[in-house]
Structure formats: structure tokens, C-alpha cells
Design a protein around this ligand. Structure first.
Ligand code: GDD
Ligand code: GTP
Length: 416
């Protein structure tokens, strides 16, 4: 029997995802029509022997209760949210709830960072684990040399054993990086326990603001396990990306829609006899209303109860619940927030921040909002919740915080 743990962090994480995470926990932000971590859940429920999913984070349980219930209704397996009393780090939460994870004696359990998206090769990881019987198997992929510094870096030895692990090194270590997806046996709790007690001693003497129960899976556990013959990598060349910024959500949207084409084609709008004109991969929630003269795609997701009027053109964008795109407007490389309105004949446009297609193994850059001259870096445009953009206006490369009334044109601005 197997289980899975999804790590979702808490309200203090996901800051680069604002303003989209202001009114909804980032792990529930919809990508390709589904909350981000529903994609994790879908990949877990495909494994027949996996019978429980535990979501661990420090969000208030009330924010997740409806989602969890809905997931149980859809997939019919045990799914629970376990709330940390404070951010305990990537392993501290699991250690705190170890009895819940160990209950029923699972042979192994997946650990999944909630903020990555991928064509998760979970079956392949199980095979890797069966070959090595390691305490922990890390899903690994290739990055470019400069970008590898933003990730956990692994040095591989014989039979894919990890001989050296450095979390976000300051100088180059390896182009093989940690994807934030693991398969662990319950033996890992012994190592967590050693770390926990060491920390207690240290914190008694010198408290530095972190909770004494804080344990980092990467810094405290993986670095300890590396070189002991108990830590292994399972390499993948599948599509994989982090979702740290809103721009990454647009990128992930495109890839999840593309996966639907091979795995769940019924979720995509057919090119002929669909509700409207469609180019490439498009998801439309059944409760949305879309005028037949609108042209959507490629890579567009339309949320529940959204209203898309006549002559609208949308490309490479996510339109959230209840948003309205009024007649003859255009939306490109943008996210339109819940209940926002784009007036008639307006244009909302952003700049894509995709990985460099000419560099093998390139990942998304997650640039800071501002460049060194204090100017806003061009990025996708985002309308926060309940923003109203008047008719015949242009909004270019801008980020708009919730509840704004915009009556003029904006370019490269953050509208607070
Ligand atoms: N429950 C819980 N509690 N979850 C947490 C906490 C916490 O205190 N802190 C972080 N997380 C969750 C986040 O929500 C995220 O899903 C995951 O753990 C990792 O988050 P970060 O700590 O922000 O790490 P990172 O994303 O910068 O780097 C990690 O992922 C990379 C791949 O995306 C590392 O594992 C890297 O080595 C790895 O390359
Ligand atoms: P920079 O602009 O400095 O990044 O230079 P570059 O792209 O010309 O070369 P770099 O030194 O990064 O790479 C040298 C060689 O390694 C080239 O043949 C690349 O195709 C290859 N290479 C680059 N990144 C990776 C990687 O992540 N994995 C592997 N296996 N090869 C890589």
C-alpha cells in the first residue's frame, strides 16, 4: 500500500504569486481548469495501490475544507488536510504528522511539492524504488548550468545513487536538479527524529526565530542521506516546471492543456462544432457562457460562470470565475481575475516569460518584478479580483491589484 503527501506551504509562502493568491490559497489557483494540486491528486489516484492522500500546510483548514470534500466526492479515496500550527518546513510538518502517515503501514509514500507542475512519472518512480529499495527516491531532471543554482542539485554515483546534495548552491554543482517529488519509506522518520532532537538542543541554547520543530527536507534530510547508499534519483525528461509566478501559471496552463489532448481529450473544446471558434487547446468550464463568434486559443482556460461576448479574441490566457470579457475585446498572455470586467473594444496584453526554446533543458526564469534600474520587468498582465477596465482601453504588461476601476491606458505599471 502507498500514500502521498502534498506539501502546500502556507499564507506566508507564494508571495511572488500575488495578487492572484490574495483571495485564494495559491495551491488552489486553477490551471487548465483545475486547482493546481488537483493535477497532483489526479496523478496519484491513477496508482491502484495508493489509498490515501494527505495535504500538509499551514493555511487555515477552513480555506481547504470545500476543496478536500470535492476531491473525495470526485475520486472516492481518502484525502485529508493536516494543518501545521506554524510553518514547520518541508519535513517538519511530515514529522509532526508522522503517525498519520505511518498509519496502515504503507510500504512507501510520495512527497510532492504543491508548487510544481509536470507530467508526473509516479509509476516510473515506483519502479526505480523497487530496483534500489532506497529510503528516499528523488525525481530528478536536467537544468542548464546557470539555472541549476536555483534548485537542489544532485551528484549521481553508481546505479543512480545520490552521492552529494546541495540545496540552491552558490557555485555550480551539477545540472541534475531536484524536481521536488519524492518516494520515501517510513525509515525517513528516523532521520527526521535525529534532526528534531538535535534542533531541540540547539534551540535551547540559541533561539533564532524559527520554530524548534522546523525541519527542512532538503537541507536537513537529503544532505544527510546523500552518500549513504540510501538516497537515489529517478531521472525524467518529461515536462516539469515550478509554479512560482503568475507567468509560470500561463506556461503550466499550456502544458496541462496539451496533456489533456493525449490523456483526457474530452476536457478540450473540439475544433469543429464547439461552442465557439477554437484554435489549438482550449478548456471552457461548462457553466461559462461563450458567444459563438468569439475566437479562443491556443492555450486558453475559461473558468466557471465567466462570460465571453461577441467578437472577443483570447490567446495564451486564463480567465477566472465570473470574469466578463465584453464584446470585441482582446486578451493575450494575461490572467483576468475573479469577477473582473474587461470593457468593449479593450485590449489586455502581457509578455510571455517562457523558457528559452533555443537552450536545451532551459526552465522558466522567475525574474524579480523590477529590474536593476527600478523598472518593471515585462511580464504577463494580471487583473486581480473584481477589477473593472473601461471600454476602449489598453493595458500592457501591467499588474492590477484587486477592486480597481481603470479608466485610462496603462503600460508597464503596477496599479496599487
Ligand atoms: N507544509 C509545509 N510547511 N509546506 C511547505 C513549507 C512548510 O513550512 N515550506 C514550504 N513548503 C512547501 C511549498 O508550498 C512547496 O510546495 C514546497 O514545500 C517547496 O517549497 P520551498 O521551500 O519554497 O522550496 P523551493 O520550491 O524553492 O525549492 C524546492 O523545490 C525545488 C523544485 O521545485 C526544493 O526542494 C528544491 O531542491 C527543488 O529543486
Ligand atoms: P552560456 O551562455 O554560458 O550558458 O553558454 P552556452 O550555452 O554556450 O554553453 P554552456 O557552457 O552552458 O554549455 C556547454 C555545452 O553543454 C553545450 O554543448 C550545451 O548544449 C551543453 N549543456 C548546456 N546545459 C546543459 C545541461 O543542462 N545538461 C547537459 N547535459 N548539457 C548541457
Amino acid at each position: 500500500m502507498l500514500k502521498a503527501v502534498i506539501l502546500i506551504g502556507g499564507p506566508l509562502k507564494g508571495t511572488r504569486f500575488r495578487p492572484l493568491s490574495l483571495d485564494i490559497p495559491k495551491p488552489l489557483f486553477p490551471i487548465a481548469g483545475l486547482p493546481m494540486i488537483q493535477h497532483h491528486i489526479e496523478s496519484c489516484v491513477k496508482i491502484k495501490t495508493l489509498n490515501e492522500i494527505l495535504i500538509i500546510g499551514s493555511y487555515n483548514a477552513a480555506e481547504l475544507v470545500n476543496f478536500v470534500q470535492e476531491m473525495i466526492n470526485i475520486y472516492g479515496i481518502s484525502i485529508r488536510y493536516l494543518q501545521e500550527f506554524t510553518a514547520l518546513g518541508t519535513a517538519g510538518g511530515m514529522y509532526h504528522f508522522r503517525d498519520q502517515i505511518r498509519a496502515g503501514s504503507p510500504e512507501a509514500f510520495f512527497i510532492m511539492n504543491g508548487d510544481v507542475c509536470a507530467n508526473f512519472p509516479l509509476e516510473r518512480m515506483i519502479e526505480s524504488y523497487k530496483e534500489t529499495k532506497g529510503t528516499l527516491t528523488v525525481l530528478a531532471t536536467e537544468a542548464t548550468r546557470p539555472q541549476s543554482l536555483n534548485y537542489g542539485c544532485l551528484v549521481l554515483g553508481k546505479n543512480n545513487s545520490i552521492v552529494h546534495y546541495v540545496e540552491k548552491p552558490s557555485t555550480f554543482v551539477s545540472t541534475t536538479i531536484n524536481c521536488g517529488i519524492y518516494l520515501a519509506t517510513v525509515d525517513v522518520f528516523q532521520i527526521m527524529s535525529d534532526v528534531f532532537y538535535k534542533h531541540q538542543d540547539k534551540f535551547m541554547m540559541n533561539s533564532n526565530g524559527k520554530d524548534p520543530a522546523h525541519i527542512s527536507l532538503e537541507q536537513d534530510i537529503l544532505t544527510r542521506l546523500a552518500g549513504t547508499g540510501k538516497l537515489f534519483a529517478s531521472e525524467t525528461s518529461n515536462w516539469w516546471s515550478q509554479v512560482k509566478t503568475a507567468g509560470a501559471a500561463i506556461y503550466a496552463n499550456r502544458h496541462y492543456l496539451n496533456l489533456y489532448r493525449s490523456k483526457k481529450p474530452e476536457r478540450l473544446i473540439p475544433a469543429v462544432n464547439g461552442v465557439c471558434n477554437v484554435v489549438g487547446d482550449v478548456y471552457i468550464n461548462p457553466s461559462a457562457s461563450v458567444d459563438p463568434t468569439a475566437v479562443l486559443g491556443p492555450n486558453v482556460s475559461i473558468g466557471p460562470n465567466a462570460k465571453i461576448s461577441a467578437g472577443v479574441r483570447i490567446r495564451e490566457s486564463i480567465i477566472l470565475e465570473g470574469a466578463q470579457i465584453q464584446a470585441h475585446s482582446m486578451v493575450l498572455h494575461s490572467i483576468v481575475g475573479r469577477g473582473s470586467i474587461v470593457g468593449k473594444w479593450s485590449r489586455v496584453e502581457g509578455t510571455p516569460c517562457d523558457p528559452n526554446p533555443n537552450k536545451p533543458f532551459a526552465k522558466m526564469e522567475n525574474p524579480p518584478l523590477f529590474n536593476s534600474n527600478g523598472k518593471l520587468n515585462p511580464s504577463i498582465s494580471i487583473l486581480g479580483t473584481s477589477v473593472n477596465l473601461a471600454a476602449e482601453k489598453i493595458l500592457l504588461n501591467s499588474i492590477v491589484l484587486p477592486h480597481k476601476e481603470l479608466t485610462k491606458n496603462f503600460k508597464n505599471e503596477i496599479i496599487l
